[in-house]
Design a protein around this ligand. Structure first.
Ligand SMILES: NC(=O)c1ccc[n+]([C@@H]2O[C@H](COP(=O)([O-])OP(=O)(O)OC[C@H]3O[C@@H](n4cnc5c(N)ncnc54)[C@H](O)[C@@H]3O)[C@@H](O)[C@H]2O)c1
Ligand SMILES: CC(C)[C@H](C(=O)O)[C@@H](O)C(=O)O
Ligand SMILES: [Mg+2]
Length: 361
């Protein structure tokens, strides 16, 4: 198979973890006789530095012309004081909107070998396997008006949370479709006791659910959901929710697996190529130290192979290799137990490649 991939490493640890993911992808391409051609492009802070624009037109064009997109992370203290339009994060949000990446899938898988890495008791996280389906192009991230006005004690800052029926319906359908091929249970998370947008969300869930009689569903308020994710995480199958709730709950859920550095994601487009990225950020505190956990990005590549290119076997082999590395005890600092050896980003990547080689034999 011959495919083109837009590669947007971004800032901080972004280039480190994307570098790892590409080394792994190259190995897979060689083993399975595929050709993946990469085109690199700038986004985020590095794009501000190079082009005075967090999402240059040429980056958008490269993405549109590619079969899939891999992204690292954007942002960092260097750019935190810039005007809102120039912030690195604005580049990512604009990319999501422009490419209509409306469905962000964030699977939460707890590896047996990492039961001791989570701050939760092993018996609580055993068997945890759910997916957060996060709406990614609407809600308070994009609503208008968004402004600051007035002065002194009267100064006011406004953000707006809007959702159309259409936006809700397409993400909720995605959740029900996924539940059909999983364990058949949807938990829709909202704040319908307070927010008008959540009351519309509930109405749409009720309507959509009627089309999926084989799927059971429930509504859960977001504050309760935040608690239940810790109390009984194995209870969940598909969690479907709006943009900001999904952002917050997925960082929380990552700790069930042991580290934020473990969670991959796929941002599926309504119209063109989809984007694959870890859920974590640019981790300025460890950037440039070869300490970042590359597994979230490597697992995002597995999602790319499966969802974008239909390469189920390759994705399975890669997932197996990741699992084997964790079983072998090679872990970056975020997962290592106290007093245990800490592997570098490069060493973990080498190990994944070694495991892939084993699987070939
Ligand atoms: N998708 C994205 O590009 C994205 C996502 C989240 C945050 N950000 C941006 O990243 C910057 C830093 O934000 P933050 O510190 O709140 O969140 P972060 O996710 O970058 O880091 C939070 C903590 O987790 C650790 N961490 C994150 N990824 C790791 C990995 N792969 N391996 C080991 N440890 C890891 C970091 O070292 C840090 O201690 C901000 O500018 C923020 O806007 C970008
Ligand atoms: C960087 C930021 C805009 C982004 C978000 O809030 O969506 C990040 O936290 C994420 O989870 O991808
Ligand atoms: Mg986030």
């Amino acid at each position: 198979m011959k495919k083109t991939i837009a590669v947007l490493p971004g800032d901080g640890i972004g280039p480190e973890v994307v570098g790892s993911a590409l080394r792994v992808l190259d190995q897979l391409a060689e083993q399975f006789n595929h050709q993946f051609d990469y085109t690199f492009a700038d986004i985020g802070g590095c794009a501000v530095d190079q082009h005075e624009n967090p999402l240059p037109d040429q980056t958008l064009e490269v993405c549109r012309q590619s079969d899939a997109i891999i992204l690292g992370a954007v942002g960092g203290p260097k750019w935190d004081q810039l005007a809102p339009e120039m912030r690195p994060e604005k580049g990512l949000l604009k990319l999501r909107k422009e490419l209509q990446l409306f469905a962000n899938l964030r699977p939460v898988t707890c590896y047996e070998s990492l039961l001791d890495a989570s701050p939760l008791k092993p018996e609580r996280i055993k068997g945890v396997d759910f997916i957060i389906v996060r709406e990614l192009t609407g809600g308070i991230y994009f609503g208008e008006p968004r402004e600051r006005k007035g002065e002194g004690g009267d100064e006011i800052a406004i953000d707006t949370l809007t959702y159309t029926r259409y936006e809700i319906e397409r993400i909720v359908r995605k959740g029900f479709e996924l539940a059909q091929v999983r364990r058949g249970k949807v938990t829709s998370v909202d704040k319908a006791n307070v927010l008008e947008s959540s009351r519309l969300w509930r109405e749409v869930v009720e309507q959509v659910a009627a089309d999926y009689p084989d799927v059971s569903y429930e509504h859960m308020l977001v504050d309760n959901a935040a608690m239940q994710l810790i109390r009984q995480p194995a209870y969940f199958d598909v969690v479907v929710t709006e943009n900001m709730f999904g952002d917050i709950l997925s960082d929380e859920a990552s700790m069930l697996t042991g580290s934020l550095g473990m969670l991959p994601s796929a941002s599926l487009s309504a119209v063109g190529p989809s984007l694959y990225e870890p859920i974590h950020g640019s981790a300025p505190d460890i950037a440039g130290t070869n300490k970042a956990n590359p597994l979230a990005t490597i697992s995002s590549v597995a999602m790319l192979l499966k969802y974008e290119f239909g390469l189920e076997e390759e994705a399975r082999v890669l997932e197996e290799a990741v699992s084997a590395v964790l079983e072998s005890g090679v872990r970056t600092a975020d997962l290592a137990k106290e007093g245990e050896a800490q592997a570098s980003t490069d060493e973990v990547t080498d190990e994944v490649i070694k495991q892939l080689n084993h699987i070939r034999v």
